[in-house]
Design a protein around this ligand. Structure first.
Ligand code: ATP
Ligand code: MG
Length: 172
């Protein structure tokens, strides 16, 4: 299916903005005029898990969703200003039931979210990587190969065609 990113982002805002507000965290989602050809529900589930984690492991500051497209791929990054993940634990966070447990920082959950993210990304042909700095925050990046992408058409015949993304870097 053709999934407009704007639509998914809107759904994320609908689902998470009151949660962010209740936690005193800014949720910022930059609009991106791209269409991803993929399974809508699985793709949403992937983003939902990453944004959910970002909010859950952040006590102040911001959770941001940003996009950068280049000739090869679209990178969607979910970044937070949260507790971070110790570097020696980073390679295990995609494991089933694994949760970092440091000084009471463990939160509700069972440790399956990122295992699901990893499997869904594999199924869809995407990849996910996570970088983090303890005490500073975490960035999860979903890499979507160019073959799944199209630009949202502009102009009068907006509904009639989709054009391939140009081979240049663009920011939403
Ligand atoms: P579940 O997602 O099943 O409700 P969970 O959030 O604990 O539980 P995962 O989403 O798989 O499980 O994440 C695994 C662990 O990685 C988390 O327990 C947490 O320790 C760490 N983690 C994941 N995302 C972040 C983040 N954005 N900031 C800090 N730690 C994170
Ligand atoms: Mg989780």
């Amino acid at each position: 299916t053709n999934v407009p990113l704007l639509e998914l982002f809107h759904q994320l805002i609908t689902e998470f903005e009151s949660i962010a507000q209740a936690r005193g965290i800014t949720l910022r989602i930059e609009p991106a005029a791209l269409i991803v050809s993929t399974d809508r529900n699985l793709f949403y589930q992937l983003l939902q898990n990453l944004v959910g984690n970002a909010l859950k492991y952040t006590d102040h500051g911001e959770v941001a969703v940003t996009c950068v497209a280049d000739a090869a791929a679209l990178a969607i990054t979910i970044s937070d200003t949260g507790i971070g993940i110790p570097s020696d634990k980073l390679d295990r966070i995609f494991d089933e039931y694994y949760q970092v447990d440091t000084q009471g920082a463990k939160r509700m959950g069972v440790g399956l979210g990122l295992a699901i993210v990893k499997e869904v990304a594999r199924l869809l042909g995407f990849s996910v990587s996570i970088a983090s700095r303890i005490g500073q925050g975490t960035q999860a990046t979903v890499n979507i190969p160019h073959r799944f992408l199209a630009a949202v058409p502009t102009g009068n015949d907006a509904a009639s065609s989709v054009e391939p993304v140009e081979g240049t870097t663009r920011r939403a």
